[in-house]
Design a protein around this ligand. Sequence first.
Ligand code: AMP
Ligand code: ZN
Length: 113
Amino acid sequence: MTDCLFCKIGRKEIPSKLVHEDPDIFAFEDIQPQAPVHILLCPRKHLISLTDASAEDAAMLGKLQLIAAQIAKERKLTDGYRTVFNNGGRAGQSVFHLHLHLLGGRDFRWPPG
Ligand code: AMP
Ligand code: ZN
């Protein structure tokens, strides 16, 4: 999508600290980290949120989680980490290109705020 912040980051039209790239997925450091490790993983395909996803996106959604786990291992988050999709404004979504947050390096509370 032309006018989407994360599509532009994926095309390198806007700079970011990329930590992973493959034909389906790119991942980069969050600009306002909420934990010592805070990485966003996005599909190259523009989807607004999980609500916009369908059966054909199943492999990509699984791959997002598996790459998050791989990055968590690389960052030595052996004590735990959290992966989160915020879906819709009420859940705190502010950028409307589907993305998985990978957060780690501190304790997290449950239930989340
Ligand atoms: P959400 O609120 O779930 O939609 O998450 C959007 C995330 O994108 C927030 O954590 C922001 O800090 C992050 N963000 C916004 N703009 C940028 C940017 N240019 N580069 C990296 N992260 C960004
Ligand atoms: Zn997009």
